[in-house]
Each structure stands twice: as C-alpha cells, then as structure tokens.
Design a protein around this ligand. Structure first.
Ligand code: ADP
Length: 273
C-alpha cells in the first residue's frame, strides 16, 4: 500500500520536473527567437544611415569642386573605408541571425561548376594581382551540374578566396573543382599562405574567432566569415573541410551534394484533389 503511494508520489514529482523543463525550453526558444528578430531589425535600421554616410563620404573623397586639401581627401577616404568595414560587419551579423532564426531563404537551381569557378576568378583577379599572387582555377570536366543555391555557394567561395588572398604573402591561390561521390561537387581553395596551427583549426569556424590575434589584427576582418560559411554549407546539405599546415598553407573545401536536401527531385504537383 505505502509502496504504491510512494511510487505515485515519485511519478508526480517526475511529471512536475518534466513540465518545468518543457516550460524552460520553450522560454529559451522564445528568447532566442526574440534575440534573432531584434538583431535582424537592428541591422536593418543601422544600414540606412550608414548608406547615407557612405555615399556622402564618397562624394567628398571625389573632391569634384577641388575645394578640399589632399589631407582632407584622405580623411574622407578613411571615413568611407571604415564605413565599408562596418557595413560588412552588419551584413555578416544579419546573415548569422537570419540563419539562427531559420529565415535565410535558399533557392536551388541548376549550377554549372565551371561557370562558378570562372566568375570567382574574374572577381578576385585584381585583388590577387595587387599582391603579386598567382590566382588560377582547375576544373575537372567530370564535375557536372548540381542543383544548389548559386548565391550562397558563391558567398562561401568568396569568403575562402578573400581569406586565401589576405593570408598569403607570396605564391599561389588555386580554386580546384572536382567531382564528389554521389554526383556532388567539391570546391577547394588552396593557398601557399601562413597556414593555421593544428590546435586552432576547429576554432576558426567559431564566430568572432581569429587564429592569431596579432596577425589577424594586421589583416583586419570580422572573424564571422567562416562561421557563416559553415552554417551556409549545412543549409546547402554540404560540408566544409580544412587542411592546413602552419607556415605552408591552407586548403578550405566545400563539398556539395547533387541535390539540395528536402527538395523534390522533379517538380511534380504535390497532390491532386
Ligand atoms: P576573418 O577573415 O574576417 O578574420 P573568418 O571567419 O573568415 O574571419 O576567418 C577566421 C580566422 O581564420 C581568420 O582570422 C584567420 O585567423 C583564419 N584563416 C581563415 N582563412 C585562412 C587562410 N586561408 N590562411 C590562414 N588563416 C586563415
């Protein structure tokens, strides 16, 4: 008799703590949603005045009326480039919060790997040449068309390439495109740059993390690019791998599947009445 009573009490206590846990996890989910919404709204509100600031400082730096001294033009240029850095940071934070809130839209379309590689090459030619780096692409013809979001794919590759150029003083940056198992494609950016210590290789994917404080500060950047890239890779059903050796160089690779996950293989009507 008393044993059944004890058992019932225990069961009640368990049910109570379970309800408490459920309440708490719901509150947490709500809070994290509020946070993401707040960040999204704030980022948007910040961009409007910042855009005005960027346009005005650009006009000043152009000095069309020839009323500014050389020094004043340099000040205007500094305002513009700092504003540009701030805009990059705001856009990065907005992207991260959208991903967290599950609000980043992904739209798949047929993407030709070779065309993407050529577009990237064109986009970074000037930057590489300015540093005396040899930038090239190698595309395996067996890497065929995939269904993915080209904008998001390009965003990840731009991050890899700008890092590769930023952290390489001499040598080569190569974008290599190869087929991956199951009809997927792998995009690897290889550099002959400063490399990343084994112990830091996981940490560079964390938000705001930079491998080496002194070097990164010298090179600038937000430390958000790789964490966004990893989230984007997840959303695209792919993954990012890193191979690096301190002092020798790094290879960041994004491997994407043939199809975006959760998308119908063919566009058939979902159901007929
Ligand atoms: P950011 O480049 O803005 O600092 P990222 O998230 O893109 O932010 O990169 C995080 C850190 O990873 C960098 O600060 C740098 O320390 C390291 N890193 C990224 N790419 C490379 C590379 N190609 N070579 C060496 N270090 C790199």
């Amino acid at each position: 008799e008393s044993q059944t009573q004890e058992l019932e009490e225990q069961r009640d206590a368990l049910a109570r703590s379970r309800r408490l846990l459920e309440d708490q996890s719901q509150a947490l989910a709500r809070e994290s949603r509020y946070k993401s919404e707040f960040v999204a709204n704030m980022s948007h509100e910040l961009r409007t005045p910042l855009n005005a600031l960027l346009i005005m400082s650009r006009l000043l730096a152009e000095n069309r009326a020839r009323t500014l001294t050389d020094e004043q033009v340099r000040w205007a240029q500094t305002i513009e480039s700092s504003g540009q850095d701030l805009l990059t940071l705001i856009n990065d934070i907005l992207d991260l919060s959208k991903i967290e809130a599950g609000k980043l839209d992904i739209a798949a379309e047929p993407v030709a790997p070779k065309a993407v590689a050529q577009k990237m090459l064109r986009g970074f030619e000037m930057q590489a040449r300015a540093k005396g780096l040899d930038l090239s692409t190698e595309v395996d013809p067996k890497a065929t068309e995939i269904m993915t979001d080209p904008g998001r794919l390009e965003q990840v590759l731009r991050n890899f390439l700008s890092n590769a150029i930023k952290f390489t003083e001499r040598g080569r940056v190569t974008l290599r495109v190869t087929p991956a198992p199951g009809g997927g494609v792998s995009f690897a950016v290889e550099d002959t740059g400063i490399g990343i210590d084994m112990a830091e290789q996981e940490a560079v994917f964390e938000a705001f993390r930079q491998a080496d404080g002194t070097i990164s500060r010298r090179f600038g950047g937000t430390g958000l690019g790789l964490s966004i890239s990893r989230e984007l890779a997840d959303l695209l059903g792919g993954r990012i791998t890193l191979k690096s050796e301190k002092g020798r160089g790094s290879t960041f690779a994004l491997t994407l599947p043939k199809q975006l996950p959760g998308q119908p293989v063919a566009s058939l009507p979902a159901a007929l009445p």
